[in-house]
Every structure is written in structure tokens, then in C-alpha cells.
Write a protein that binds this ligand. Structure first.
Ligand SMILES: Nc1ncnc2c1ncn2[C@@H]1O[C@H](COP(=O)(O)OP(=O)(O)OP(=O)(O)O)[C@@H](O)[C@H]1O
Length: 332
């Protein structure tokens, strides 16, 4: 076993090559090929979003990083440490916040932190229990039993526990599920602080808006395969599509036939939504078409493609996008 990192690999916080996972079929079920050769490089210092519909394989990927699921084939290195050849160092380089709120109900947050630090062999003088509890807003609850904590507090305690050994990488698996908006904002503030201090952040989320707001790079996984892997901006640019939202002076019963080429829809609030490709069609031409169709405009606005559109075009699944909690476009 060696402790030396491979310098090329260490440019990336996490690197997976040809990663495969096949779950053995249980109760007469056929085997499940959950990861079909994943290649993924997560650069150091990024806030990386891992997106995908339910069952895409995100948790499988994260559980392989955590050492909870054995891969079937391929290789993974964490902070330059191969998980097979150097599992100890690989595991020390990463803090994982699990999806489930699995906390021992009989320990207080302070105790839970100390136990976790002990498990990682962090010497007493090097522990940062109070500092981390304060950062996640749990100082007041340091002596409360975990069972008396709200869902949001438990989630924040899990983040705190994942940070006890000061790993350079923090992975959050669906961290804001069940967390109310205020606490979510607080959690993201802390995650941003960690990122500013140099921690690489990887998160899976069902909230596309969250990924859009937070992440600088995004991979979309569908059906065990990476279908996109790019900077967020490049992903958003990839779709040459904009929406024009027109508020007509008089209510429209339906979208005018003459505007068919713009995939028109009349929203519940009465707005007429048109789609166009800005690189191929000057805005003036879109407006002319609206006038030509006899629609008098009371007000208008445009919207760029969002992550949901990208997600939809890549996974081809409107249901998946709806499940992904994007909202907002439901009326179209
Ligand atoms: N222990 C297991 N045994 C058999 N099949 C499994 C097991 N765990 C996951 N799977 C299957 O593997 C596929 C990928 O599951 P995984 O949980 O990784 O997806 P996910 O993208 O994390 O989904 P979600 O967002 O719902 O958590 C799914 O079809 C799932 O049913």
C-alpha cells in the first residue's frame, strides 16, 4: 500500500473511470445494471452537481465513494487515492452526508460529533466540535437529544458530522429534502463558506433550481450513464432556445394557429408562451409573427433556457423533470 498520490489524478477531487455496478437480483428479480461505465472527473475546488431522475444511479455512485457499495468494474480515486489500493486515505479525504436522517437518538449533537471524531482518529486537541456546531447553527442544541431535533437540525448535524475530520471533499446526497426554505438557505450559506475555504463540494439534488444556483459544474446521469458533463454555463448555452412570454390585451382561448412554429402554449394565467432559437431568429421577427397573428401585446418578457430544459432534452423525461421538483414550467 502506498500513500503517494498520483499527481495527474490529484488535479481532480474525484475521478471515476469505466465505473460499473450490477446489483444481484433479489427475490427472483433479474440483476440490475445500475452504473454502465461511468467516466466522471470532478475538479478540485468545484461545486459539482450530480443530477438525474429517480433510479438514475446517483446514490449508487455516492455509496461506492463512501465504501458502502462494492463496484463491479472500473476504478475510482478520491483526492488521488485509489479506493481499492488506498481505501483508508481515500475515505479520509471525503465527508459524506447521507440521504437518510440516521442519527442515534440518544446522543446529543456534541456527543455525536465527539464520537465521530473518535472514529476518524482525530486527536482531542485537533477537534473542532464547537466551531463546526456553531457554523451549522447548532450551538444552542449541543446538549439536546438528537431525537428532539427537527428534521432540518438533524440534516445540519449530519453535515457537521461529515466535517469532523476536515475532509477536502464534502458530498451531500439530497441534502435539502425535507428541509424548510429558511434552513435550506442557512445550510447553503455554510456549504458556500466551506467552498470558499477550499472544500470541494459534490451534491445530488432533485431541485434543478438549486443546482442552477449553486453549482459551477454539472453532470446529468440517466439510466446508469453520464449523458452530460460540463460547466453549468456551457450546459445552459447548449440549448439554443429562449421563451417569449406575451401577455395579450385580450384573453386567448387558444394559441393562434399562425404561431404553430413557435410551439405556443397558453398558460393558466393567460400568458402566451412561445419558443424560438435566438441564433437563428432575430427577436424582431418573433414580434412581427405575434403581431401578424393578430395578438395585441399588453406586456412581454423573455426567459433563457434553464436547467430543466437541458435536463428534459437529455433525459427525454418530462415526468422525471417534474419529479425533480423544478416546478415553474408545469403550466406549459
Ligand atoms: N441494493 C440494491 N439491489 C438491487 N437494485 C438496487 C439496489 N440499490 C439500487 N438499486 C437499483 O439500481 C438503480 C439505481 O438506483 P440508485 O438508488 O443509485 O438511483 P438514484 O439515482 O440515487 O435514485 P434516487 O434519486 O431515487 O435515490 C435503481 O434501478 C435501483 O432500483
Amino acid at each position: 500500500m502506498t500513500d503517494t498520490t498520483d499527481t495527474a489524478a490529484s488535479q481532480n477531487a474525484i475521478e471515476a473511470r469505466g465505473l460499473e455496478k450490477t446489483y444481484r437480483g433479489q427475490h427472483g428479480q433479474p440483476p440490475k445494471h445500475a452504473l454502465k461505465g461511468i467516466d466522471l472527473a470532478i475538479p478540485q475546488g468545484s461545486i459539482f452537481g450530480l443530477l438525474g431522475p429517480n433510479g438514475a444511479g446517483k446514490s449508487t455512485f455516492i455509496n461506492i465513494l463512501a465504501g458502502l457499495v462494492m463496484k463491479t468494474a472500473g476504478s475510482v480515486s478520491i483526492w488521488g487515492f485509489d479506493i481499492d489500493r488506498n481505501p483508508r486515505n481515500a475515505r479520509r479525504s471525503i465527508g459524506i452526508v447521507p440521504q437518510e436522517l440516521n442519527l442515534d437518538p440518544f446522543f446529543t449533537p456534541r456527543e455525536a460529533m465527539e464520537i465521530q471524531a473518535g472514529l476518524y482518529g482525530v486527536p482531542k486537541r485537533a477537534r473542532k466540535t464547537e466551531e463546526i456546531l456553531a457554523a451549522v447553527g447548532l450551538t444552542d442544541k449541543a446538549e439536546a437529544y438528537a431525537r428532539s431535533l427537527s428534521g432540518g437540525m438533524r440534516r445540519r448535524l449530519l453535515v457537521a458530522k461529515a466535517m469532523v475530520h476536515s475532509p477536502p471533499i464534502l458530498v451531500l446526497d439530497e441534502p435539502t429534502a425535507g428541509v424548510d426554505i429558511e434552513l435550506r438557505a442557512q445550510l447553503w450559506d455554510y456549504v458556500r463558506q466551506l467552498h470558499a475555504a477550499g472544500t470541494t463540494i459534490v451534491l445530488t439534488t432533485h431541485y434543478l433550481e438549486e443546482a442552477e444556483e449553486l453549482c459551477d459544474r454539472i453532470a446529468i446521469i440517466n439510466n446508469g450513464e453520464v449523458v452530460a458533463h460540463d460547466t453549468k454555463d456551457a450546459l445552459l448555452r447548449r440549448l439554443d432556445t429562449k421563451r417569449l412570454i406575451v401577455r395579450p390585451e385580450a384573453a386567448l382561448a387558444q394559441a393562434p394557429e399562425a404561431l404553430k412554429a413557435f410551439e405556443p402554449a397558453v398558460r393558466e394565467d393567460g400568458a402566451l408562451v412561445l419558443h424560438y432559437a435566438p441564433s437563428r431568429m432575430p427577436f424582431e421577427d418573433v414580434l412581427d409573427a405575434v403581431h401578424g397573428a393578430g395578438v395585441r401585446i399588453a406586456d412581454l418578457s423573455t426567459e433563457d433556457a434553464d436547467l430543466e430544459s437541458v435536463f428534459l432534452s437529455l433525459t427525454g423525461s418530462r415526468a422525471a423533470a417534474a419529479k425533480a421538483g423544478a416546478g415553474g414550467l408545469a403550466a406549459e
